[in-house]
Design a protein around this ligand. Structure first.
Ligand SMILES: Nc1ncnc2c1ncn2[C@@H]1O[C@H](COP(=O)(O)OP(=O)(O)OP(=O)(O)O)[C@@H](O)[C@H]1O
Ligand SMILES: [Mg+2]
Length: 595
């Protein structure tokens, strides 16, 4: 039941009987107890011991077990006395209290299944041992050795959970029946005391826990209260207490400021949230009220209040019902005036930006057309000149004798055709130069491209460029702004012509093609045989104000890209083989209209 003071934490947990161990019966002397000379009880001493135990229980219940050990030592008397308790896992006994010679071994213990305490618990009887180290070798270092050891079971709530023991380290005296009676009596008392201590401890623990919880709740409550108070007083946010009848019972300065009322209005009870709410926001309020009834809180929502001066203030309102009163609630009100103003400003600046972009695009178009004036004038002049000569020819056929009316008819037909052609050219120029809001047309892309090619033909010819087209028939109709997309083509063609105009050798070829894009939609390609593009600067071309031309603005490609992207497409540049540049853009088409 014991091991040395030096190695008390190093307890041998032998569960099987080692070779050479003495049989249990050989070390038991229990039967002898009653045969030994019996001494009369000393009740006075015994009662003093019990009184000491009771006062220990009252004064310092934590040390009750140690007091018990001391009283056993004193009352029996014994050389060592103590208490062994089963550990929680029930694998060993733990020496919870020791008095006398073995006191230094306090905290040590023995295995549950192979030791004197285990034997006592197994048989559930008191036992007297002699030299137990003969059977339990781990007790050999537990000195002084035990001449006799008397053990009684120790119960808690009816269950044996340990032993109380007394040891005589020499044969100066032998334990007798009176020792057993005393030990059992003190043991029973100790059981009751231990139970009391345990339940007191338990109670104390419970009380401590409850106290802790209550403190936490109190702290939380005061913390919350002070936080809410802080919030109310800080006036960062409007706060009011309201009831379902429509009254505003309490409000902070911030709330009153938002709605433009004073403390007096609040005190008079005239302030009602139902009346502060314009009729078109009543539904939002109704919805919030039903949310509150269901969940106790409502999601923040936007609404407006009437100010005292009749104007309106946009607000964000969140609310919660009060815990103790289900017909009253608190509302948090945020003034959205500034935010709304900022939003309007943002919308306005976006609108202005868009407008500026449109202006810019228009300016770019006009400038490009300006560049083309000479060639366009030629385009217009040509049909007019043809008209004049056809009119002259017609006149000649008319003044003949007899007049050749068939020739006159043909001349007039030509005049009509040329006149229309000139009219068309002028019309296209007007479209491109005119400042018109963006439109959503449904148009034939190839037709729009052909018109641009016609407008730029003169410029191409002037610069020795031969333009070819490979326009795929039966493309679906496009949705978008026809003039804007023509502007894209105009810029790309003019850029290509300008790039090739500086060539000193090699052909000057421009190829414009349309077709289906791999990823769906339409692909338009403008390829030239000019000097080409530096691969590193491909993206720079599209930056605003990037230009390598003395008179260039550098806006052309940047405008082209924003037009294409506004139509849901993409514009990019690449090198042509064997030389030159390729600009391509895609435009989406409504899949429903794909042939
Ligand atoms: N086909 C091309 N071949 C070679 N370089 C080109 C070609 N197209 C554009 N670039 C280069 O890209 C630059 C930017 O073109 P962008 O059309 O944006 O402006 P720009 O033509 O210089 O001036 P503008 O505002 O008058 O159009 C050009 O200055 C030129 O250096
Ligand atoms: Mg350009």
């Amino acid at each position: 039941m014991m091991e040395s003071a030096k190695s008390k934490s190093d307890i041998a947990l032998e569960a099987s009987i080692p070779n050479g161990a003495a049989p249990l019966e050989s070390i038991l002397r229990t039967e002898e107890l009653h045969r030994r000379a019996w001494r009369p009880p000393d009740y006075e001493k015994e009662n003093r011991a019990l009184v000491a135990l009771v006062s220990a229980l009252a004064d310092s219940p934590g040390t009750i077990l140690q007091t018990l050990a001391e009283k056993v030592l004193e009352v029996l008397p014994a050389d060592s006395a103590g208490l062994s308790l089963l550990t929680k896992d029930e694998k060993r006994f733990y020496w919870a209290a020791i008095a006398g010679a073995w006191q230094p071994h306090i905290g040590g213990g023995t295995p549950r299944d192979f030791g004197p305490c285990g034997d006592v618990l197994d048989r559930n009887v008191s036992m007297l041992f002699t030299h137990w180290e003969q059977r339990y070798p781990y007790l050999r270092p537990a000195t002084p050795l035990a001449e006799e050891g008397l053990l009684v079971p120790f119960y808690v709530n009816g269950k044996a959970v340990g032993t109380i023991w007394a040891i005589a380290h020499n044969d100066r005296r032998k334990f007798d029946a009176e020792d057993l009676r005393l030990l059992e009596r003190l043991g029973r008392f100790a059981s009751a005391a231990y139970q009391a201590v345990a339940s007191i401890d338990d109670l104390k623990f419970q009380i401590a826990e409850r106290e802790k919880a209550e403190t936490a709740v109190r702290e939380l409550a005061t913390g919350l209260q002070s936080k809410v108070r802080c919030l109310v007083n800080s006036n960062i946010i409007g706060i009011c207490i309201w009831d379902v009848e429509g009254r505003i019972i309490e409000a902070n300065e911030a709330f009153l400021h938002i709605v433009g009322y004073g403390r007096g209005d609040l005190a008079s009870g005239r302030l009602r949230w139902t009346e502060l709410t314009p009729s078109e926001w009543r539904e939002a309020d109704e919805q919030a009220l039903s949310e509150l009834a269901a969940n106790g809180i409502c999601k923040p929502f936007e609404k407006e209040y009437f100010r005292k001066d009749g104007s309106r203030v946009p607000v964000l309102v969140g609310a919660a019902l009060l815990e103790e009163r289900r017909d009253e609630g608190v509302a948090f009100v945020l003034d959205l005036t500034e935010r709304k103003r900022a939003e309007a400003q943002a919308r306005e600046s976006e609108r202005r930006y868009h407008e500026a972009q449109m202006e810019l695009a228009h300016a770019n178009r006009v400038a490009t057309m300006g560049q083309l004036t000479a060639s366009i004038a030629h385009e217009v002049k040509q049909p007019i000149a043809a008209t004049v000569s056809n009119a002259q020819a017609g006149l000649r056929w008319l003044i003949r004798e007899p007049p050749d009316l068939e020739e006159v008819r043909q001349a007039l037909a030509c005049i009509t055709k040329d006149g229309k052609r000139a009219g068309d050219v002028v019309g296209r120029i007007r479209d491109l130069i005119q400042k018109a809001p963006p439109r959503k047309d449904r148009f034939d892309l190839n037709g729009a491209i052909r018109e641009v090619i016609e407008l730029t033909r003169g410029e191409a010819v002037k610069n020795g460029v031969s333009a070819q087209t490979e326009l795929t028939d039966n493309l679906p109709l496009m949705d978008g702004d026809r003039v804007q997309l023509q502007q894209v083509m105009l810029n790309l063609i003019i850029n290509a012509v300008e790039a090739m105009s500086g060539l000193t050798e090699g052909p000057r070829e421009l190829l414009i093609s349309t077709g289906k894009a791999e990823m769906g939609g339409v692909l338009v390609t403008v390829r030239d045989s000019g000097p080409g593009l530096a691969p590193a600067g491909l993206e720079r071309l599209f930056e605003a104000f990037y230009t390598t031309k003395p008179n260039g603005l550098g806006m052309g490609l940047s405008i082209c890209r924003s037009i294409v992207e506004a139509h849901g497409g993409r514009l990019w540049a690449s090198a042509s083989a064997p030389r030159g540049a390729t600009f391509q853009f895609t435009l989406p088409i409504d899949p429903a209209r794909s042939p």
